[in-house]
Structures are given as C-alpha cells and as structure tokens.
Design a binder for this molecule. Structure first.
Ligand SMILES: [Zn+2]
Length: 192
C-alpha cells in the first residue's frame, strides 16, 4: 500500500460525527508515514499524533511459516489454537490480520480474515486513530457509557473508540469506496 490520507480523513470524519473529536482535532493531527517498523498512535507536543507503517498488511508467507512451526512446538492452549486458526484461514485463501492476543477473538475488533488488500491499512488506521483519540483528555460518552481516563493502552475506553470506528469504516465496507479528500496542508505529512 501507499500513504492514504483519504482514509485518515474519512475515519476522522466518522469520529467527528460520533462526537469523539472536533474539527480542530483533525486540523492538529500530525502523521508520519513510514515504509517499515511499528505503527503508533498517541500524543506528541500536546497534540494528536500517529506514526504509520503504510506497508503493513496480512501475514506474509514467512510469518505464516512461523505459525506452522509454532503449532509443532507449542503445548496445547490458547496460543496454539490461535496459530492453528491463522494457518487454517490462510489455507482457505484468506489474508490474516492478527490483533493483540487479549482481544483477538472479539468478533468486531479482533483478528480479521479477508481477501481485500485495502483492509489491513484501514484496520490499522482505525486502531491507531483510536489511540490518538483516546490520548486526548476529556470525557467520552460512547453507546451510553461514560469513559473518563485517557491514554491507558488497550483499555475499555480505547476499545469502545476502536469498535465504533472499525464497525463504521471496515465492517460496513465504507473503506472500499474512498471518496474523502486528503487532509489539509495544516497536517504534518512526512513520508519517510
Ligand atoms: Zn494498540
């Protein structure tokens, strides 16, 4: 994939419509696009910030081979079942996008199995934008629940934000029909 500011803009618009952020937040969002490495979302210099590896995608053949090897060595348990699930889905022709083990089995925000190469970046951006929103101080009300404490990793507050964004953008299929305009020049768009 390549840097996709339109996706960022569309996900931010969903967050704004849901009352999670205001238009000023979007203007302040700083993004660093990079071709490799880990992706992050959070806060830097007092504003929302993300560092995104635009080449992240489904598990590669090498990574799937590691799953196959692990199945051989691992004792029975959740980890082994997880690798078995990935190998089984891959053998059916699905791309495998793993989420963190603590919520990988959540049907809305967990592992994703698909065939569309645009999906992983859309999911990654929902995940990291959710972190950047979570780090923004202030009370959030999502689906009738009140969330107070910002910036606590994969907390219930972050999960509620991620769930809202991913359902609205990825599960709905909206990501596959990008019409959003790129973000304004105010945003810091460094491409490494
Ligand atoms: Zn995360």
């Amino acid at each position: 994939m390549v840097p996709n500011n339109a996706m960022v803009s569309e996900i931010a618009a969903i967050a704004k419509d849901a009352g999670l952020i205001d238009s000023n937040w979007i203007k302040c969002l700083a993004i660093k696009w990079k071709p490799s490495g880990r992706s992050y979302g959070g806060r830097k210099s007092g504003g929302p910030w993300m560092s995104i590896n635009y080449n992240e995608g489904y598990l590669s053949p090498d990574e799937l081979k590691i799953c196959v090897d692990n199945i051989k060595w691992l004792k029975p348990g959740r980890r082994k079942e997880r690798f078995k699930r990935y190998v089984a889905k891959a053998s059916l022709g699905y791309g495998v996008w793993p989420e963190y083990a603590s919520f990988c089995k959540d049907s809305e925000i967990g592992d994703y199995f698909g065939t569309d190469d645009r999906a992983p970046l859309a999911i990654l951006l929902c995940h990291e934008i959710a972190h950047a929103i979570d780090f923004t101080p202030g009370c959030l009300v999502i689906a009738g629940h009140k969330y107070l404490f910002p910036g606590r990793g994969h907390s219930s507050r972050w999960k509620a934000i991620y769930r809202l964004l991913r359902n609205a953008y990825v599960k709905s299929g909206k990501y596959n029909n990008t019409t959003g305009l790129p973000l304004s020049d105010n945003n810091y768009m460094e491409v490494a």
